[in-house]
Design a protein around this ligand. Structure first.
Ligand code: BG6
Length: 498
């Protein structure tokens, strides 16, 4: 166990993320004996609460641990909850940060946490800089004794300009090496496995280029709508909410060159290079031809009425915010020249699924004429979620006379590695930050390179002269108009079909 004694200070401790993700992740780490011997969680927020009340919430409220930890005895859960403390932030910032610093110091002395502190900012991004500033004024960024780290949640900005401002704001008070920008997709086993599939097998990487790959398709679909987050989502939209971060992270892992080693520095250097090679779309015609946006409409799914996006709580009834985004783009480098990438993300699709499909080129010369395979490519399908696994589609001879070719499947399911206790994304990422490993966190230049690509699309969707937002019924695979992005007779591969 490499995890040093430490204190985790969570800002926004009475919020949803702390309850749904952070506390359960910490509990699982505790169960797996991954927490250090001396470990304190200090919850901070504006609500008035005592340590006891905070612990009671942790143990008794169903959004936190209750119902999620049925296999644990109450003694075991209570011992875990004893690590939790609470400090009320109130309204008067400076006074309060004095008080907070004293509380941190007292807890550190009492529980010997070695002055190693993680500050987890689970607050609106508008507070990030202010919190960082106040922490630094209290000397809580100083690493003379013990290390100090700060974790921030997305969104990292709203545009390239605001992302840069945010980065500068944080870097004024903390070094880049102390800043951990969380992207929970990087905590998913299957996303990390993209690196392993590519760089630990000699059967894929030699084909991983424009000579053999025809096009690449990524689908990220959710069956839910915006649920209770209409207010946030309406100012964001699919491009900001999913594409700029999670999907471009996946893209960078597919596009990147082999790193020299698996260190945070080398992997992230290659990812930045990959993101910088995405061809930025600048003129209206290119933007029109390569982007489609949509919005879900009311419908009936499984006999139940579901609301259209514009009727959701917190959403402007005339909203032009996209809940569906499909983008076609190219990567301007030696490896990927002229290979189209098709990426789509949406809410209210028929099912929840994320997958990457590598479509290989057909053989140069078709030997088996009249074969069904003529128009069917080899595919490597990486299922990110659910049914995590890898599927290869290839041609085989149909038994009998002649040479009829059919497509067969080689299918691997992660669940076959049954003994492998797969960590939840937040568990993995929290533990990494606790151990000082930033490989799976986004660096400032990665975030900015991703915005650089996304910004012109957002501007075009906002101001372009010929841009529509297409309605699609909830429960279908998006607007039919998205087919216009596809070259030739290509079709989107809707997961679950063929
Ligand atoms: C979040 C988005 O980052 O990712 C949500 O804000 C989305 O809108 C969620 O639902 C999807 O995450 P996952 O892990 O369920 O695919």
């Amino acid at each position: 166990n490499k995890t040093a004694n430490q204190m985790l200070v969570i800002f926004g401790a009475s919020g949803d993320l702390t309850a749904r993700k952070l506390v359960p992740a910490l509990f699982n780490l505790y169960k797996a004996k991954q927490l250090p011997e001396n470990f304190v969680v200090l919850g901070v927020s504006r609500s008035n609460m005592t340590d006891g009340e905070f612990r009671r919430k942790v143990v008794q409220e169903s959004t936190y641990l209750k119902d999620k930890v049925k296999d644990a005895s109450s003694d075991f859960i209570n011992t875990f909850a004893d690590k939790f403390f609470y400090e009320d932030l109130g309204e008067d910032y400076n006074k309060v940060y004095n008080k907070l610093a004293t509380r941190i110091s007292d807890l550190n002395n009492k529980f010997s946490t070695g002055e190693n502190y993680i500050f987890y900012l689970s607050t609106p991004p508008s507070l990030y800089e202010v919190i960082a500033k106040n922490l630094s004024e209290q000397g809580l960024n100083n690493e003379t004794n013990g290390w100090k780290r700060i974790i921030v949640e997305k969104p990292f900005g709203y545009s390239l300009e605001t992302a840069k401002k945010l980065n500068i704001g944080l870097q004024t008070y903390f070094n880049e090496s102390q800043i951990y920008r969380i992207d929970h997709y990087l905590g998913k086993e299957t996303v990390q496995n993209l690196l392993v599939t590519r760089f630990s097998n000699s059967i894929f990487e030699p084909l991983w280029n424009r000579n053999y790959i025809h096009h690449i398709e990524i689908t990220n679909a959710e069956s839910v709508g915006v649920e209770k987050r209409g207010g946030y989502y309406d100012k964001s939209g699919a491009l900001r909410d999913m594409f700029q971060n999670h999907l471009l992270q996946i893209v960078s892992l597919i596009v990147m060159e082999p790193p020299i080693d698996a260190s945070a520095q080398e992997i992230r250097n290659e990812k930045v290079k990959a993101l910088k090679s995405l061809r930025i779309m600048r003129d209206e015609e290119t933007l029109y031809n390569n982007t489609v946006r949509g919005q879900y409409l009311a419908s009936v799914i499984d006999g139940k009425k579901v609301k259209g996006y514009r009727e959701e709580e917190g959403v402007d009834p005339n909203s032009k915010t996209e809940t569906y985004a499909a983008i076609k783009f190219f990567v301007d480098n030696w490896r990927w020249k002229d290979v189209p990438f098709y990426v789509r993300t949406a809410k209210r699709m028929p099912t929840k699924v994320t997958e990457v499909v590598i479509h290989f080129k057909s053989p140069h010369h078709q030997v088996f004429k009249n074969s069904d395979m003529n128009n069917k490519d080899n595919q490597l399908i990486i299922r990110i979620q659910p049914d995590e696994g890898i599927l290869i589609k290839f041609g085989v001879k149909v038994p009998g006379q002649g040479f009829t070719v059919e497509r067969a499947n080689l299918d691997f399911y992660y669940s076959n590695l049954a003994d492998n206790n797969v960590m939840d994304a937040y568990e993995r990422l929290l533990l990494d930050a606790m151990q000082g490993d930033a490989t799976l966190y986004a660096r400032a230049d990665e975030v900015e390179a991703a915005w650089e690509f996304v910004d012109p699309i957002l501007d075009y969707w906002k101001n372009g002269s010929d841009v529509n937002i297409y309605g699609y019924s909830s429960g279908v695979w998006g607007p039919t108009n998205s087919d216009r992005l596809l070259e030739g007779d290509l079709k989107w591969r809707n997961p679950g079909e063929n």
